[in-house]
Design a binder for this molecule. Sequence first.
Ligand code: ADP
Ligand code: AMP
Length: 213
Amino acid sequence: MKIIMLGAPGAGKGTQAKMIAEKYQIPHISTGDIFRANIKNGTELGAEAKKYMDQGLLVPDELTVRILLDRVAQEDCAGGYVLDGFPRNIPQAQVLDEALEKLGEKIDMCIDVDVPDENIVRRMSGRRACLKCGATYHLEHIPPRQEGVCDTCGSGLVLREDDKPETVQNRLKVYHEQTQPLIEFYSAKGVLKTVDGTMDVQDVFSAIVGLLG
Ligand code: ADP
Ligand code: AMP
């Protein structure tokens, strides 16, 4: 099963993608997590990506597409995967389509997690992330058991640099201009499903499971 999570930054794509990955036993692939891991490890790729991420801009396609195609070619992806944060524009979606077509494969479902802009800034300013294992929390909605500490791996939690309100506005602008057109792109392919992302995490997940079966 190959699934794409669509939605504004902070809509809950990562939260739901992790739950899907666990229930259906498929890898969760987040291009944002891959970039952040590279930044943390001080790689050249991380340094290049950081220039764009800190401004709320998209990392150039040639870099992003290469990373994603390498990742989905790995053995653990043979039974499918859930993509979170990729594709983020039409050219990326076209490259993915072409790569899948060559293998006689296709995307099974694109799930749009719909959350209005007015909820997004609040979600992002309350998000706390573990840069070690990729877990995410929310100060009000999904707090960690111990303040500032990751439940999963015990590392310290941080407010991501790009979750500060000034950068979130840029990210929302980029989303509306470049990513939102993908709703029409996948709708035209007949694989788009929309869920109301303003519900509780568990209710959003139940809606998704209802769609996936
Ligand atoms: P995305 O991957 O789309 O950027 P996240 O999954 O990281 O978004 O979620 C953004 C923030 O909102 C996080 O702090 C997360 O814990 C919180 N969150 C996710 N889903 C919900 C929800 N249904 N209700 C309230 N808060 C949520
Ligand atoms: P995310 O963790 O999905 O919110 O992504 C954080 C940042 O990483 C984005 O604001 C972009 O700068 C970069 N990024 C992640 N995925 C992509 C992608 N598919 N294309 C371009 N940039 C990306």
